[in-house]
Ligand binder design. Structure first.
Ligand code: FES
Length: 292
């Protein structure tokens, strides 16, 4: 069945809602100034995990709040439901911190959808806090009404999160296809003398964009489109980190190590595909490791 009409059309219009941009810009400035520590940002993005942290953390509040919804439908489970709601509220705090960190480094269309996604999540959290307050005063029915309102908002948040991840490709590895598309074996890249020494340059083999960094007779080659959101790395900057040559992405500042494509700093969490290189009779040849 084609996915058109209804919710999909509403969210497609939300992507284009430029009227949200002043709010998006103000919130982005607040988030970016709050997240001034590169170390904290890397932790929240999930650089240490190898993929975004936020989707994993969402299991905590969604699971706990969903369980509370089931318990509230059963007799004599008020305390257990309240415990689940409180657990969800605690789990929400790191979840939203990781979400804002990722959101601050997205395209504007993604940020418009992400802003509504986060707002629905914050409203859900507020409903659950109100539910706990009502239960503490003995107003059980009111407490259940607040928690079911929260659960409905969790559904909206989840739908928009799915749209962000699977339709707008936020958080995806944008370099994943490269190893599947690059032809096997060694391929001539360029004459060594034609490559600028000590600078980033771009070459192409069979339609695959490559980042090339020559230093003397040593040539590092990575896929050129950033794993975060596909920026051309050849338009970024060469820099040294801990004595290792790295490239910094021109769009959101992810840093990748040239020696192995590893992520040094996010927001990217997936490494860049790296190619082996050799010089044969003055020509540089490249091959995907293990694809000979
Ligand atoms: S495209 Fe965002 S860090 Fe490279």
């Amino acid at each position: 069945m084609p996915a058109s009409g209804g919710m999909t059309d509403v969210v497609d219009r939300l992507e284009k809602a430029g009227t949200l941009d002043p709010v998006v810009g103000a919130v982005r400035r607040i988030v970016q100034s709050a997240l001034s520590s590169q170390r904290a940002k890397d932790v929240l993005h999930g650089v240490w995990l190898g993929h975004p942290l936020h989707p994993s953390l969402t299991h905590l509040p969604i699971g706990a709040w969903g369980a509370a919804g089931v318990l509230d439908a059963m007799p004599g489970t008020g305390n257990a439901a309240a415990t689940m709601i409180a657990s969800g509220c605690v789990g929400y705090v790191p979840t939203i911190a990781a979400g804002w960190a990722d959101w601050s480094e997205l395209h504007e269309q993604q940020q418009r959808v992400g802003l509504v996604h986060a707002t629905a999540g914050a409203l859900a959290f507020t409903c659950y806090v109100a539910s706990l307050a009502a239960r503490a005063k003995g107003a059980t029915l009111r407490g259940k009404a607040w928690s079911y309102a929260g659960l409905a908002l969790v559904g909206v948040t989840g739908y928009l999160g799915g749209h962000l991840a699977f339709r707008q490709a936020a958080g995806m590895n944008h370099a994943e296809a490269v190893p599947h598309l690059f032809p096997a074996g060694w391929h001539e890249l360029a004459r060594l003398d034609d490559l600028p020494d000590g600078e980033l340059s771009r070459r192409e083999i069979d339609g695959i964009d490559l980042l090339v960094v020559r230093r003397g007779r040593h040539v590092d080659v990575l896929a050129n489109n950033c794993s975060h959101l596909s920026a051309p790395l050849s338009e970024g900057d060469f820099l040294a980190k801990d004595g290792q040559g790295c490239v910094e992405c021109p769009w959101h500042g992810s840093v990748f190590r040239l020696a192995d494509g590893a992520v040094v700093h996010g927001p990217a969490t997936a490494p860049m595909p790296r190619f082996e290189s050799r010089v044969v009779d003055g020509s540089v040849e490249v091959m995907l490791p293990g694809a000979g």
